[in-house]
Design a protein around this ligand. Structure first.
Ligand code: PGA
Ligand code: ZN
Length: 428
């Protein structure tokens, strides 16, 4: 036995930011430290994601996680007992083997990701290191360019608008702290504008303002006005970023904009987005087409990549093979990295590496259902991802992550390089 030998694996039910049950795992090592990880949960999920094991039935709307917790306490605990927490890849491989399904539906992606994160935290603690430093080893790190939601929509706001996320990226910021300062003012300015126009209806799942707009484009206009009201120059200080999450309303090449009562075919959808890119200072578009609409992705990226970052989320589901395929197709030029889409830290890192190898922009991302777990802040820094997407600038499950990066920035002092706008993929 060494100090980093796993001596106990435990799990309990805790609650996520939507008030739904989720899995918290704890891993104790021989040296006495305990690492902890909490599984997040998505609402607009890609069909190829690792599956969360939920109990079904009527309790908590079928979302309870008793079986996933039993899987951690039983088979997973037995399988990784007395393994070395420093062997993250071996531990993750052991869980994958034990699960034996392509989508992690037997043990549950939620059970596996909680354990995987807890192992990494325990290993970092055993070396008396923050997680980002443990993950980085001797590799360079950077403070991420934040991508911050101003308006929530789609599955996160009762489908009040069709676009899921209307975000800003502070492209003119010179440090991470400066970036958040800018975003804070824009977020509050947007709230004030909504209040004045009588369109404020609360906040959505990720803390963005819940919009009462008549068209999707109104959200773009309002964000530009919020940047101006905050004293910024749209496009130079802060630019727009959209997560269309088109798999939510696109079926077999038809895209139904419920808010506007109209349907677009692939070409119509591409035309609308290219027109927006022409008329608004947009630097990033995520999931512009449904996850099975490959040809539309390829055509759109060809037309838009000299202007914007085209991000695959539901399209790529943090999967190294799919990222390599998308790179060969030139179907996008950036990838969202969500650890629970992959199911283990090792697979998420492989996806990030595949993205980097392809020259893609890489964005570590939270889910719409989150918790006080701040591990993703450390992944963004320690993996040198360049960009971080956490949701909006309100609600403590979001602020905890933004604030954690401030702590890391402070600890790094002059050694902390801010990735800045250079984290966006080259426009070509
Ligand atoms: P989700 O949304 O966590 O509900 O999937 C986030 C996103 O689509 O980026
Ligand atoms: Zn998305």
């Amino acid at each position: 036995m060494t100090p980093t030998t796993i001596t106990r694996v435990h799990a309990r039910r805790v609650w996520d930011s939507r008030g739904r049950p989720t899995v918290e795992a704890e891993v104790r090592l021989a040296c006495g430290v305990v690492g902890r990880g909490i599984a997040p949960a998505g609402a607009s999920r890609g069909s190829r994601e690792a599956v969360d094991l939920r109990d079904g039935g009527t309790r908590h709307g079928g979302h309870d996680v008793a079986q996933a917790i039993a899987n951690v306490r039983g088979p997973i605990a037995r399988a990784i007992f007395e393994m070395d927490a420093l062997d993250q890849a071996d531990i993750d491989a052991k869980m994958i083997e034990l699960d034996g399904t392509p989508d992690k539906s037997k043990l549950g992606g939620n059970a596996m990701v909680a354990v995987s994160l807890a192992v990494a935290q325990a290993a970092a603690l055993a070396h008396d290191m923050p997680l980002w430093q443990h993950l980085a080893g001797d590799e360079p790190v950077s403070l991420p360019l934040p991508e911050v939601q101003i308006f929530g929509g789609g599955a996160h706001a009762g489908r009040r608008i069709d676009i899921q996320d209307l975000m800003v990226i502070p492209v003119g910021a010179w440090s991470y702290d400066d970036a958040l300062t800018m975003v804070a003012e824009i977020y509050r300015a947007a709230g004030a504008l909504m209040q004045e126009s009588g369109k404020l209806a609360g906040v959505a799942d990720e803390g963005g303002w819940w919009p009462q707009f008549a068209t999707n484009e109104e959200a773009l206009e309002m964000t530009v006005r919020a940047i101006e009201r905050a004293g910024g120059h749209p496009g130079t200080d802060a630019a727009l970023s959209l997560d269309i999450a088109a798999s939510e309303f696109g079926r077999e090449g038809t895209y139904t904009l419920a808010l506007e009562g109209r349907s677009l075919d692939r070409d119509g959808m591409a035309e609308m987005l290219l027109d927006w890119i022409e008329r608004y200072p947009i630097v990033s578009i995520e999931d512009p087409f449904a996850e099975d609409d490959r040809d539309a992705w390829i055509a759109f990226t060809r037309a838009a990549r000299h202007r914007v970052q085209v991000v695959g989320d539901d399209y790529l589901t943090t999967n190294a093979e799919r990222i390599a395929e998308a790179a060969a197709d030139a179907a996008c030029n950036a990838v969202l990295i969500k650890v629970n889409q992959a199911g283990t830290l090792t697979e998420a890192k492989a996806a990030l590496d595949a993205g980097k190898a392809a020259g893609f922009g890489t964005i570590v991302s939270a889910r719409s259902g989150e918790s006080e777990d701040v591990a993703i802040a450390h992944l963004a820094v320690g993996w040198n991802a360049g960009q971080l997407k956490v949701g909006s600038f309100a609600r403590s499950e979001r602020m905890a992550k933004w604030n954690e990066v401030l702590r890391i920035e402070d600890a790094l002092g002059g050694d902390g390089r801010f990735a800045g706008a250079a984290a966006l993929p080259p426009r070509k």
